[in-house]
Design a protein around this ligand. Structure first.
Ligand SMILES: [Zn+2]
Length: 151
């Protein structure tokens, strides 16, 4: 078996407990901490947690604040804009939904949290401004991805 095909098969096996879930209710029931995030995605809203004690924003969702350990967290709408912190082009197929080549990036939201995401563009650069876009998925909430801002 070719190395790329073997890697792809192994990744599918490793990821199957997550990616085989095709219903949103399964996702929400599996993790109540992240359910508000996915509900907002259904409405086309990108939300992040904000600590009511120290004001720090965080993502991904957690049951307490990473800055001060307070459990008083609220969900707030993010601006949906940010800056590419790091970027790479994926050229090896790892899932059937993502056909290489595609851009994988760390995006710093204007509110502060850093997201691992995709950039929907042929090219992008570290430091580029980006805005949230929504990738439709069959049987799952839309996934927040990013596109170059102003295009
Ligand atoms: Zn805090």
């Amino acid at each position: 078996m070719a190395p790329a095909a073997l890697l792809s098969r192994q990744l599918r096996q490793w990821c199957s407990p997550v990616t085989d879930k095709k219903s949103f209710s399964d996702l929400g029931a599996a993790d109540p901490t992240t359910e508000p995030f996915w509900q907002a995605c259904l409405e086309g809203r990108l939300i992040v947690q904000r600590c009511e004690s120290c004001g720090v924003h965080q993502f991904y969702p957690r049951p307490f604040c990473l800055s001060c350990e307070s459990g008083a967290l609220e969900w707030v709408d993010a601006s949906g804009t940010g800056t590419i912190y790091s970027l790479t082009t994926v050229r090896i197929p790892v899932s059937e939904e993502l056909v290489p080549p595609y851009l994988l990036a760390l995006v710093d939201l204007d509110e502060g949290p850093r997201l691992l995401t995709n950039i929907e563009a042929a090219q992008a650069c570290i430091g580029d401004r980006v805005a949230v876009a929504w990738r439709a998925r069959d049987g799952l909430p839309p996934l927040p991805v990013f596109k170059p801002a102003g295009r």
